[in-house]
Design a protein around this ligand. Structure first.
Ligand code: MG
Length: 405
């Protein structure tokens, strides 16, 4: 859809923003990783109704504004503001004199949550005879206090409303109102609808947007960041790790799998008690935080692990996962063995793992299969295990910003 040449927008960002703290002016402080001002500028630029957008920045600040706005700077007209909000607005209006749109939206750049819907509502209601402002009912009781904090009066809130921006006006009337105010030296209006009312233009209000907050203090910026986070689609940080291990079967008095010793005339040789299942599980857990494998944490060359119960390796990996606030969703272990028979011990294995991992049994799966007499497993030379772990970590999955440096 082509832009409607009847409407123009003015975004005011000429204040020093000293109440927000910090060394960067308010309009350039970061909201969701970009300057606050960019948010409302982008919304105005995306609005089909608005053909031209003026951004009013502090005097001598054009270059800084251009830098902060980035590619948006080329799509707006940057002009320098005045000594007050009122003067900055009048400079913005004068910059539109040659274009002479039918209507103009005037907005505070400190309200980053202006929406296209709000702009469209205002556009639909403004007429040559009246301007439109968004406003909210007063829900809190209003009181007047003296400078010592003592309450001196309770005010009647009946009929009172809180006014937001953007405010939409017939262009010729609001320009004339500002010119007349400047001519008469009236320079203490805090918004444009006040100038319009003083001039005699009829103003209507429509319901504003509760999220269209003005960023004034540091806590407003924190609230704004929280609001944006809530609006983002939530991607749970689910990570899957897998592990695989094989140990040699040799003559012995029992095979330990999933922490359970199965009586049989064999044992598993190698690292610790040779529990391939718990070794594979340790690798799977470590994989969810990119923390290497069991061998890098417990070198098989170290004598102290000889014969050790493999629970300690799983516990170590689990502690690393928990240190990152990870929550185990489920684990799945497949044992591949021709002997001994696993099925009679499966329930005990699940119980041992559920206790070791401190999760419900339904989150633990132990399966077994033979290798159909094929290969080294089929020849009963060894046992293999495959483990999968799903762990949820707090926070968002990062966006796919590839860094090719
Ligand atoms: Mg091993």
């Amino acid at each position: 859809m082509s832009k409607n040449p009847k409407f123009a927008g003015i975004i005011l960002a000429a204040g020093s923003g000293s109440r927000l703290g910090g060394t960067v002016p308010k309009q350039y402080q970061s909201l969701d990783d970009e300057p606050l001002l960019c948010h409302s500028v982008r919304t105005f630029l995306h609005c089909d109704e608005i053909a031209t957008c003026i951004v009013v920045v502090p005097r001598g600040d054009i270059e800084q504004a251009r830098r902060h706005l980035g590619e948006l700077a080329d799509k707006v007209t940057l002009i320098e503001g005045g000594v007050s909000r009122q003067q900055s607005a009048s400079f913005g209006l004068r910059a539109l004199r040659d274009l002479a749109p039918d209507y103009v939206h005037i907005h505070d750049g400190a309200r980053p949550f202006v929406t296209a819907a709000l702009l469209n509502d205002l556009t639909a209601r403004v007429t040559p005879e009246n301007g439109v402002i968004p406003a909210l009912d007063m829900v809190d009781t209003l009181k007047k206090a003296d400078t010592d904090g003592k309450i001196v009066a309770t005010l009647d809130r009946q009929g009172l409303i809180q006014v937001q921006t953007p405010q939409c006006f017939p262009f010729t009337s609001i320009l004339a109102a500002h010119e007349q105010a400047a001519f008469e030296g009236k320079d203490n209006f805090t918004d444009d609808s006040s100038v319009a009312e003083w001039y005699g233009l009829t103003m209507q209000f429509m319901r504003g947007d509760v999220d269209n907050i003005k960023i004034t203090h540091g806590e407003d910026l924190e609230r704004a960041n929280r609001l944006l986070l809530m609006r983002k689609p939530f991607f749970p940080d689910l990570r899957t790790g897998n592990g695989y291990d094989v140990h040699v079967l040799e003559a012995g008095d029992g095979v330990t799998l999933c922490g359970v010793t199965l009586p049989c005339p064999y044992r598993l040789s190698g690292h610790s008690d040779g529990d391939v299942a718990l070794h594979a599980l340790t690798d799977a857990l470590l994989a969810t935080i990119g923390a290497g494998d069991i061998g890098s944490h417990f070198p098989p060359s170290e004598e102290k692990w000889r014969g050790a119960a493999s629970d300690i390796f799983v516990r170590h990996a689990l502690n690393l996962v928990r240190a990152r606030d990870g929550r185990l969703a489920n684990i799945d272990i497949t044992l591949i063995a021709e002997i001994p028979k696993i099925a009679p011990h499966r329930v005990n294995m699940v119980a041992h793992l559920a206790s070791l991992l401190d999760v419900d049994k339904e989150r633990v799966s132990v399966k077994a299969t033979t290798n159909e007499c094929l290969g080294f497993i089929g020849r009963r030379e060894g046992i293999a295990a495959i483990a999968t772990a799903n762990v949820l970590y707090p926070g968002q999955v990062p966006e796919g910003r590839m860094n090719h440096d």
